[in-house]
Design a protein around this ligand. Sequence first.
Ligand SMILES: [Zn+2]
Ligand SMILES: [Zn+2]
Length: 352
Amino acid sequence: MRRETVTPASEAQREAWRSGGFPEVERVRPGVWSIPVPIPINPLRYVLVYALELPGGVAIVDAGWDTDEAYGALVAGLGVAGYEITDVRAVLVTHMHPDHYGLAGRVREASGAWIGLHPADARLLAGRYDESMVGDLVRRERGLLARSGVPEPSLDELAGASMMIRRFVSMAKPDRLIEDGERLDLPGWDLRAVWTPGHSPGHLCFAEPERRLLFSGDHVLPRITPIVAVHPQSGPNPLADYLEALAAVGRLDVEEVLPAHEYRFLELAGRVGDVIAHHHERLAEIEAVVGAADGISCWETATRLTWSRPWESIPSYMRRGANNETLAHLVWLEVAGRLRRVAGEPDLWFPA
Ligand SMILES: [Zn+2]
Ligand SMILES: [Zn+2]
């Protein structure tokens, strides 16, 4: 569901997003640069990498996809800011998704920078991107989809749906694990890690209380809401984690939000309130669909919800996300005592 209720912090950046273009490298404020790095074959088009000036170098927040084009854009963007790739001292990655983590290894190779990631995402890297362990991940995804009620002929296709993107990600191991509340050791910066699980189990935002900035990764974006889904690598109730972490960042004293996609914006608390309200509307919609049926699977529930396009025209790799997102809401309602699940093949959902 898309809204546009936020105040953009950069009209130029918002305009570039709206027109389908590519924003400029921008100096957000003294010492902070925003560098768009292209994402191949993806409607998000680019990830915004932030460069933070240090004495004698930069730290970057997120890295981009592991493609030559992305690497070239990062190098060129750093050049506009007056730096070379060899000046990168640290790569702080908000989460393990390939548009954020993919290039981290290559940047480290070129510069000797350290890579930091939250331990909950570091733990999952091997299972997600290692050839030898990926078969197990696909098997567990297939089981989850079968219990959701995905029809047998579609199971294999949907279970393997995201495997094609793995080739964009090199399996770099992080050098440092960044814990919740940790103060990063970056001269001239009072940068704190804020653990914000939900979109991924180890998602981090970085807050700078002195400059009143929040580097929000995918946790809070100006226009879209990140996918929060149950899958083999998620926590048991990712939507509860997400909503709790969202409310927590909404209480921070922040002037400007620097997200990883779309454009930077002001008025964090208002945006947080909208996203929380959006999920509660979705929860109510799902509760109503289950209430109108006499035992319904997750998959069948998903087909009856409103999506940005008719269910029939949603491609299969996105239907899996839709199913798993629906499941995250069903689980939240189950834990809240509003629905109950009768386990089986598939699991069926009833009003509590
Ligand atoms: Zn992500
Ligand atoms: Zn992302």
